[in-house]
Design a protein around this ligand. Sequence first.
Ligand SMILES: [Zn+2]
Length: 499
Amino acid sequence: MAKATSTIRSALHYQPQHAEVFAANQALFNRVVAFYFECIQAHEGLLALTNKEALTALERLTHATEANPAPIMPLTDIALDIPAMFRRAPINAALGSARSFFSSLKKWRARKEKHELKKPRKGKKSKPFRERPPVPPRSWNKSVPFYASQWKERSDHCILLKVWTGTCWSWLKVGLLSRDLPEGFQMGSPSLVRRGKQWWLHTPIEKTFAAPTNVEQQITTNPQTRICAVDLNLDQHIAVCSVQTVEGTILATSFIGNGTEIAGFRKLLLGRIARNRSQTGILAENEQDNADLWRKIRHLDEHIAHLVSARIVQFAKEHQASILVFEHLGNLQPEKGKYSRRGNTKRAYWMKGRIFRYSKYKAWNASGIITSRVNPRNSSRHCHRCHAAVIRYKQGQPESGYTPGAALVVCPQCQMRGHADRNASLKIGQRLLERYGDPFKEKPHTAVRRAGRVSKETGVALSQDARRQKGPSISEARYGERNAHGTAQQGTLWMDERP
Ligand SMILES: [Zn+2]
């Protein structure tokens, strides 16, 4: 079985004085976590146990019962009358932190040992090991989870939480503003989270479903498998998606987002920041300048990435695609130009990465759509029908050469005409299919195949070229063709990914 998880973030409505109560509750929680962390440090052996066993052992160490009247490290030293669930939640939190701390300590010790065993080269002194050991957390600022019996009567718009007010335990009624629970999901224990001055309730949700088979199986065993390939751009259409079957039938294409408009707006904001900065002259250290403008830019990018990824997944779902395909992102090459221009390209590029990440988890949560990535090299330079090099041109201009970023393509071999980004997205889909054997396709044109000499080092050339933002020249581009047939390198270079 596979699992999909997500979080519902609900804004809370509460009386202003309750903010202090939440803070007091969190402070007590963190004191208890710190106490248990110390307990675990004093009894390191506990970490060899499972979480459940460790929890029992820690309770025996700290909690007095009839059978266990005198625990070694009583929790009552910290606070009297802590509810059982307000003990278990911190124990689990402390266990998590302790496991992570001790595992990094162990790795550090291993590195140190390895360093000390290394013999110095002849005539050289051995270098001392300078890396500092990890330190246990000095302050704790964990959000408080509410286990069952610490909360009750949850409805769409309110919930009762049991909190420590600073003097006693009491039930507080809090208003909720949140979205509905998506179909098939189940709620976990909510936590009270502080963001800025505002308190939120975060509820993890989870659903289980039958795990999909992997990409290779889907593609090689069922010719009706539909894949949705996505070409992400910095401007014009942010995402161009097309759905095709493994056999090569093209079913649908969708153009999503107006990248030019977003880039224009972002550039305007960046320009304002640059102007403000030039007028002020000096930037204060450790202080964010133009905070409002930066926040606007951040929110814009976040918002667009969510919108675009949601629409990609929606489109894939509508056409029953079971695999999403993206390109690997190349490295961003620094651009020349004004501050606003450089900053803009950088952010548009980051947004591509964000759209990929969001699409990946949204697709998985939607019903187990798997996301995969392929080599980005020359995906827009070849015809999706016959694999020949295409002519890319702007409308109203002569049909010759290759103009990067132009909207239209025509194939001199098979006369295929269409939108350049659509051609690229189809090509991206085909890359994935090519990885698993001959994809029921025509062979590339012989003239093109002859253009390149087949050699073994293509794997290296391939990964280096993939870093370029701008495509290589045509003569180099043709070398890309020989990777498609007879070499298995793509399967090993670009592995499938799953969340
Ligand atoms: Zn063609």
